[in-house]
Write a protein that binds this ligand. Structure first.
Ligand code: AMP
Length: 482
């Protein structure tokens, strides 16, 4: 995994990378915790970013989950906190981490606790929406070193006076692109504007759309840019399979596929490999979960309509192996780092190419290989053309560049609309499907990198789109039905 480091013109060279955690002269307690966690050596992003962060510089990190970025910022964060004068009751935290979702915040909290396990009295708390406010309030008021938060809930606590920013000297924005997509920009800006000076800021983002660049330009001071070469690198390990169906066949085909895999696995004394099934809507996730359970495939549902407790229970059933299948909406597409997912099935394809890449990235993590199967209908032709084009480009040895962020998504929607309108003017195509299932027997490896090149101008995917029905089921992607 290539990592590039760039410093702004006229600034000092970046601190050189480390080869081993021992090179960093970290606090002995942190070293004990790293050993306990059995991290033998730093991942490439950790090797580059840890010394730079420890040198006190702002960092703009382009990396997504799977690269080891959580430890890349958590280890220096704990080191930073251990160097501060003791926290007292009523004090605000030394470090704040903002993350887009409860699940990601929980993963960060876990990592922060891992590396402060041996530091007696070190407190990390998590403040996220959908959980009890008064417990969080008590923790904050008693004084914590690190606060991991979703931006909305952090603002609520600040407004209520449960904590303050007076002692914050390190702030980390994780998955900044996702936070902006979710509308957290006002809350992030409110926190950033009220931080004491000086402070150090680290901003991590899987992609660098213009909105993230603007945020970085406003709040980062001469940041060192650390970029993991292929941002969506997990996808490069995933064999991707597309299968054309008509809507009415999808659910039966899913059951058939999973039951087949289950019986294959059982023949060799195994169990169904961990599978995430993505669907478009919350209600559909529940329906599919019920159906799979009736068919003898243990499944749990994970979507934005479930309570925090239910989501945690679903995740725990999945990770402990009680359920081999997690039926999820796009809420689970990003940030969720579950080890051992072998297969991603898109029962419904997402609307946007970027979401497809994130969903598929739930498998093939941490150097493992994975599989993705996507069912598609005529309605998905535009997206399928993009996927096929990306696979083709890869086969030809060309990296496929796609634009990300709000602006790029708006452009993609426009291109989709123009394409659908173009198709509507043409004679109706013969429906594909019936009882036949057309399988494109192409298993390909796909490696995608984020870039600022626009999808349509980079590849003319619209022109390459195969024929399909003019179905306008895809509207704005701003709804929250997942
Ligand atoms: P992240 O990118 O932070 O979501 O991390 C991805 C996965 O890699 C997590 O499961 C981490 O526990 C694991 N990981 C992070 N750093 C290391 C390391 N140095 N050695 C082994 N595993 C690691």
């Amino acid at each position: 995994m290539d990592v590039t480091v760039e410093v702004p013109p006229g600034t000092e060279e970046a601190t050189p990378p480390i080869e081993s955690f021992d090179d960093m002269m970290l606090d002995a307690k942190i070293m004990m915790d790293i050993k306990f966690k059995e991290y033998d050596k730093p991942t490439p992003i950790q090797a580059q970013a840890i010394p730079i962060i420890c040198s006190g510089r702002d960092v703009l990190g382009c990396a997504e989950t799977g690269s080891g970025k959580t430890a890349a910022f958590s280890i220096p964060m704990i080191q930073h906190c251990l160097q501060q004068p003791e926290i007292k009751r009523g004090d605000g935290p030394f470090a704040i981490v903002m993350a887009p979702t409860r699940e990601l915040a929980q993963q960060i909290e876990k990592e922060a606790k891992t590396f402060s396990r041996s530091s007696k009295g070190f407190k990390t708390t998590i403040v996220v929406g959908g959980t009890n406010m008064s417990e969080q309030k008590m923790d904050l008021r008693n004084g914590v070193e690190v606060c991991v938060a979703t931006p909305g809930r952090l603002i609520d606590h600040l407004h209520q006076g449960n904590t303050n920013l007076a002692r914050v000297s390190l702030v980390i924005l994780d998955e900044a692109d996702r936070m902006l997509d979710m509308g957290f920009e006002p809350q992030i800006r409110e926190v950033m504007m009220n931080l004491p000076t000086p402070h150090q800021t680290l901003l991590f983002s899987a992609t660098m759309p213009v909105e993230v660049e603007a945020l970085a330009a406003d709040y980062l001071n001469k940041p060192v840019k650390v970029k993991v070469g292929a941002v969506s690198v997990p996808t490069s390990n995933v064999a991707q399979h597309l299968e054309k169906l008509v809507d009415a066949q999808k659910v039966d085909r899913l059951c058939e596929l999973l039951l087949e895999e289950k019986s294959e696995a059982e023949k060799f004394g195994g169990t169904l490999p961990m599978t995430v099934v993505f669907v478009e809507r919350k209600a559909r996730a529940d329906e599919i979960m019920t159906l799979l359970n009736e068919e003898g495939v243990a499944a749990a549902a994970f979507h934005g309509g479930r309570s925090q407790q239910e989501r945690e229970a679903a995740l725990s059933d999945f990770t402990t192996g009680k359920c081999a299948v997690l039926v999820a909406t796009d809420v689970a597409a990003r940030g969720l780092d579950v080890k051992g997912v072998m297969h991603v099935v898109n029962l419904d394809l997402p609307r946007m190419f970027e979401d497809y890449v994130h969903r598929v990235g739930r498998t093939g993590r941490a150097g493992m290989t994975g599989r993705a199967t996507s069912f598609y209908t005529d309605r998905d032709s535009f997206l399928v053309a993009q996927i096929k084009r990306a696979l083709q480009d890869l086969e030809n040895g060309n990296a496929f560049a796609f634009a990300t962020g709000k602006e790029a998504r708006a452009k993609e929607r426009e291109a989709q609309k123009a394409w659908r309108e173009g198709r509507a003017a043409e004679p109706e195509q013969a429906a594909v499907g019936g009882v036949d299932i057309i399988v494109d027997d192409k298993f390909k490896h796909m490696k995608l990198s984020a870039s600022t090149a626009s999808l349509t101008s980079a590849g003319g995917a619209g022109a390459a789109a195969p024929a399909g029905n003019a179905d306008d089921a895809f509207g704005s992607d701003d709804d929250d039905d997942w």
